[in-house]
Design a protein around this ligand. Structure first.
Ligand code: NAP
Length: 250
């Protein structure tokens, strides 16, 4: 744990924290002193590795399985955390998938499953934590969207629609919850090296990144940690912070 421990005493849930960006966010929040709930869908061993790593460096964490695309599963997850930890201070809506394909050939199932997890899952989790956050008059919700939700992307109409939807959801919930002491922001990564991007042809993408390199999960985690921090980010809500090496400038 760092000496600053700015999130000491706070409980954070990170959806999809067994791998990639979610894992880096979990480690980073724990390093800042938060107790972290490491949610996963399939990768039990990987989730346990994240928990063990946090515990080995003096932090506090536990893993919970839940399918974020399923409302019953999400409600069980949130209720379990409220029982075990007593409160939820920070929710990071990170879990996401891709099912790429040209729109003309895209199956309805591939459209629907991406919308179900990447957009409706954010709605389920936000709704499920809202009651307890409103009651405690305090909370931080950080949604992981994508630059693709801002600029669109051929072959990713399902993913781009979901991520654009997350931006609308972020701004709407920020307005609804502002008077209750809850901030809602989004982080929009560009191209980050994880399992999600390992099959993509990266060479043409690299040319579109002014900083000349791909992002790491730690780049995204640092921004998420900043948005979770008090007082540094307490006056920021309804914003979309791009972590993309300058790839998309509007
Ligand atoms: P990743 O490496 O593929 O990891 C995905 C994570 O989501 C895993 O922990 C996985 O859990 C979890 N997950 C998948 N389906 C789930 C479900 N139904 N319920 C709960 N958890 C589920 O992906 P990533 O690159 O780290 O992406 C993380 C987030 O960043 C996503 O929202 C993604 O859209 C966004 N993003 C990524 C990039 C990029 O370049 N990588 C860019 C922009 C935005 P299991 O291991 O248990 O399957």
């Amino acid at each position: 744990m760092t000496s600053s421990s700015i999130l000491h005493g706070q409980t954070a849930i990170v959806t999809g924290a067994s791998r990639g960006i979610g894992k880096a966010i979990a480690l980073s929040l724990a390093n800042a002193g938060a107790e972290v709930v490491v949610n996963y869908a399939n990768s039990l061993e990987k989730a346990e590795e994240v928990v063990n790593k946090i515990k080995a460096s003096g932090g506090n964490a536990y893993a919970l399985k839940a399918d974020i695309a399923d409302e019953i599963s999400v409600n069980q997850l949130i209720n379990t955390v409220l029982e075990k930890s007593g409160k939820i201070d920070i929710l990071i809506n990170n879990a996401g998938i891709t099912k790429d394909g040209l729109l003309m050939r895209m199956k309805k199932e591939d459209w629907q499953s991406v919308i179900n997890l990447n957009l409706t899952g954010v709605f389920f989790c936000t709704k499920a934590v809202s009651r307890s956050m409103i009651k405690q008059k305090k909370g931080r919700i950080i949604n992981i969207t994508s630059v693709v939700g801002i600029m669109g992307n051929g072959g990713q109409s399902n993913y781009a629609s979901a991520k654009a939807g997350v931006i609308g959801l972020t701004k709407s919930t920020a307005k609804e919850f502002a008077s209750r002491g809850i901030t809602v922001n989004a982080v929009a990564p560009g191209f980050i090296q994880t399992d999600m991007t390992k099959e993509l042809d990266a060479t043409p993408i690299l040319k579109s990144i002014p900083l000349g390199c791909f992002g790491t999960p730690e780049h995204v985690a640092g921004t998420v940690c900043f948005l979770a921090g008090d007082p540094a980010a307490s006056y920021i809500t309804g914003q979309v912070l791009q972590v993309d090496g300058g790839m998309v400038m509007s």
